[in-house]
Design a protein around this ligand. Structure first.
Ligand code: NAD
Length: 265
């Protein structure tokens, strides 16, 4: 039985994780941490039956008493880094969906995992379709170096651009032989009109009610465009990836970044 502590358990993603883990044979929710809703049963909070697990505020205390093996974190970047370090101190493997974690923090966490020979996963996007979108974008960039990214999310999202857009731009930048139109210098009559620029790949962020998580990668060539689009229309789309990650992290002895490494090797 894989014993899972959920941090950010009262949040939008945390509640989905509680539902998904408690429905999956071979794993169970043994702890829930969130400064919001302390004292409440986490099952009832997630809209399912009572699980007998109360939401608490102190992760270290929960790890001391729950005999957890995996921590699943969907919080904020600052909280996630602190939570990951606490989990690793207790020998608990982190599976992290929180986006916006700085590269230097990822490197530090990698070093701790290596030293302790503990598996960990940081995954900017758990949706299988999004992982495939990034993979296909890497292939297309070999033939179409001119590319821009539009990512669209709900307005509560704290970071822009999304972790997925950054990862896609990085994959594209590493795949293409030559640089595209993003490198040209033009007059920007309105600040930000051309979006952000990661190694010559322009990224545009849209925030609107009614959206969940969406991305278009648009390639332009002579007389043609190619658009690769992915839509997460509900937060359930992330759960098969989260469940896969919880199982896989038990076999790892290092930190792995991105679900693509697990799927494509
Ligand atoms: P949310 O605001 O609904 O939930 C975050 C929760 O974390 C809140 O309930 C908050 O009280 C709690 N929290 C804050 N500090 C905490 C701490 N120190 N310990 C424990 N809990 C703490 O946000 P959300 O929509 O659930 O998103 C959470 C994160 O997940 C964001 O970074 C978002 O970008 C990311 N996300 C990732 C994926 C993915 O596939 N990787 C998908 C969707 C969202």
């Amino acid at each position: 039985m894989i014993r899972v502590v959920v941090t950010g358990a009262a949040g939008r993603m945390g509640r989905e994780v509680v539902k998904a883990v408690s429905r999956t044979p071979g794993m169970e929710v043994v702890g829930a941490v969130d400064p919001g809703h302390p004292g409440q049963d986490v099952g009832l909070l997630a809209g399912i039956e009572a699980l007998g697990v109360t939401v608490r505020g102190d992760l270290a205390e929960v790890l001391r008493t729950s005999k957890a093996t995996v921590m699943v974190d969907f919080t904020t970047p600052g909280a996630a880094v602190a939570n990951i370090k606490t989990a690793l101190e207790y020998g608990v493997r982190p599976v992290v969906g929180t986006t916006g974690i700085a590269q230097r923090d990822v490197e530090e966490i990698k070093a701790i995992c290596r030293e302790k020979r503990l598996g960990g996963l940081i995954v900017p996007n758990f949706a299988l379709g999004a992982v495939l979108m990034m993979h296909f974008a890497g292939i297309a960039a070999r033939y179409f170096p001119d590319v821009e990214i539009i990512e669209l999310h709900h307005p509560q999202k704290l970071d822009a651009p999304s972790g997925t857009a950054l990862q896609t731009a990085d994959i594209v930048a590493r795949s293409r032989q030559e640089k595209g139109v993003g490198d040209r210098t033009e007059v920007e009559k309105l600040d930000g009109a051309r979006g952000g620029n990661l190694e010559g790949v322009r990224i545009h962020s849209v925030r609107l009610p009614g959206l969940v998580a969406h991305q278009e990668v648009i390639f332009g060539g002579l007389g043609q465009t190619l658009t690769i689009r992915h839509d997460s229309t509900s937060r359930e789309s992330f759960m098969p990836g989260v469940i896969m990650a919880i199982k896989k992290v038990m076999e790892l002895e290092q930190l792995v970044y991105g679900l693509d490494r697990l799927i494509f090797g």
